[in-house]
Design a protein around this ligand. Sequence first.
Ligand code: ADP
Ligand code: MG
Length: 330
Amino acid sequence: MKDEFAFINMIKPREYKQSTLVMGIGDDAAVYRPSKGMREVICLDTMIEGIHFTKETLSPEQIGQKALAINISDLAAMGAIPRYYLVSVAIPSSWSDTELKAIYQGMSSLSDRYEMDLIGGDTVSAKESLVLTVTAIGQVEEGVEFFRSQAKPGDTIFVTGTIGSSAAGLALLLKHGRSGKYSDSEKQLVILHQEPEPQVIAGRLFASKCTRMALNDISDGLASESHEIAEASGVSLYINEESIPLHNALLDTVDSVSKRVEYALNGGEDFQLIGTVSSTEFDELIKDALKKGIVLTPIGEVREKAEQLVYIVREGSEEPLAKNGYNHFK
Ligand code: ADP
Ligand code: MG
């Protein structure tokens, strides 16, 4: 990249969608008005070339799209409406202007759908790897508090969508790359890894219906996310292995049952939601969700704190489940 200012000018939105925005890109900081009765929700996630993606696993558009999607997913897990985002990019010389532009196009393809505005960021150079950091800002009604500390004994544990597909897609990509020859089912898994859809509609439905819910997005696999809920809530989670919903493409592609389960428990990056809610509320919720085309699947039950935080129930017997989802410091 020759000129930082030309670059900022190129990625600067031509118009903004949010009516509360006062100042977008082009000053020292962005300014927007708070909304009555709403709380601000803010999160940040970083994607690093060589760790979270390579040019072989994601196209430049998909890198941008995914960097924003994983942040929107965190907003969804708080029941929030996405509003704004900021982007910091550290650029090594191995990345062309065309590729950088494509990263931003990937982000705007997603932000257009969620009516989010890009309101700022930072541009710096890097030695070797591209580093992309996105901050997302959303809003949620006063009183909606979907914290992981809110699971209670007797709650139903549920997930949205299907689990494990992203990890299976990544395994394919690591073997054959983006331009590999894939069957239709394999292609579906690859796309689920590359272009995860954040569960905003589900999060907003929960916010409109539920008073208490423990909610997490599944970035690190079911094992890790369920440990976080159990730990924060001081309870134990019992997950029925056979209840975990798997995508047909995963069933088609991966024959080994234990491999499928491993993808679901330890794989991560599905960006679906895992929640716990009172079982009476869940019975209503599952119907309301279906009307919006969202499939909720009950996968287990919250009980009083036991010796271990999470158990997997398999053919009637309960085994402790280790928290070995993907861990950066392992
Ligand atoms: P400052 O020196 O005040 O930090 P900059 O030159 O870094 O200003 O940025 C100018 C404007 O462009 C600011 O509004 C900033 O938020 C925005 N900006 C800079 N880099 C990016 C980027 N990579 N993506 C989006 N907005 C950016
Ligand atoms: Mg700056």
